[in-house]
Design a binder for this molecule. Structure first.
Ligand code: IPD
Ligand code: CA
Ligand code: CA
Length: 263
């Protein structure tokens, strides 16, 4: 039988250790490379952090599987068994430019079902944690269920580049959403944007492209609190597939889908 308590104890210990390593890197010169385009950055610290987690997981849980953004995990196309989905630094552009507003994101699934989720805001030492079906916590404080809001009172999390061009939703619909809402904000780290929706600091978050490691933990957190996570067309997300993502409290999700995204 899987000892989830033991897994949780290890993860918390590793997150703290990774934090110290990341802080240490602030004093050193980063090795920065580009990936798919000039704004898609990866550093030696992204890679070292992922390697740190994958080595520890493999040493302690040799039969678990790992999908990691930087490729230190396994090549997986099925969700059988226990699967860790890891983004070692979510918000690398913030990490490089701001040295804040980035997170370590870890979602742990068992046979495709969410079990544990961790979004760790490294600099602020703030952990958003969910044990699916058993509750969600901000550090040690339980997070309240998400309340419904309306577009007119809402802060929408959206990266401004999606308001310039995207091939999924007519741009005028997104412009109308931003116009009708109270404000739009972009944090620049998808996992933190999920955490902000979960805690009511944002009312919705929309992205035209996220990868499994961007949403693996956030999705569990938001769903635990009664929120809804779908594509921008209202379809279910697939655990191992990149897609558009739309996250919100239940009432606002319905309103935005109907009045803006599916219009
Ligand atoms: C990125 C961030 C960013 C989001 C991108 C992600 P990375 O992750 O979460 O906010 O807009 O789609 O790829 O590359 O910094 O881990
Ligand atoms: Ca990411
Ligand atoms: Ca990353």
């Amino acid at each position: 039988m899987t000892n989830w308590k033991q897994i949780d104890t290890y993860v918390r210990q590793w997150l703290k250790e990774a934090r110290l390593r990341i802080f240490d890197s602030f004093q050193k010169t980063l090795d920065i490379q580009t990936k798919s385009d000039r704004n898609d950055l990866v550093t030696n610290i992204d890679k070292e952090t992922e390697e740190f987690f994958t080595k520890n997981i493999a040493a302690n849980f040799p039969d678990h599987h790992i999908v990691g953004e930087e490729g230190f995990g396994d090549t997986i196309d099925k969700t059988e068994g226990i699967l860790w989905i890891i983004d070692p630094i979510d918000g690398t552009v913030n990490f490089v430019h701001q040295q804040r507003n980035f997170a370590i994101s870890i979602g742990i699934y068992e046979n495709g079902k969410g079990r544990l989720g961790y979004i760790y805001d490294v600099v602020h030492d703030e952990l958003y944690f969910v044990e699916s079906g058993k509750g969600a916590y901000f550090n040690d404080t339980p997070i309240a269920k998400m309340a419904d809001t309306k577009v007119s009172d809402a802060i929408i999390g959206i990266n401004s580049s999606w308001l310039i061009a995207n091939r999924h939703i007519p741009i005028s619909n997104l412009h109308a959403l931003v116009r009708d809402s109270r404000a739009a904000r972009s944090i620049g780290a998808a996992s933190l944007e999920f955490a902000y929706v979960a805690t009511g600091r944002l009312d919705a978050y929309i992205s035209m492209r996220l990868s499994p490691w961007d949403f693996a933990a956030g999705r569990l957190l938001v769903e635990e609190l009664g929120g809804v996570v779908t594509t921008v067309k209202g379809e279910l997300l697939q655990t191992l597939k990149s897609s558009t993502v739309f996250v919100s409290n239940k009432g606002l999700h319905e309103e935005i889908l109907k009045q803006y995204l599916l219009k």
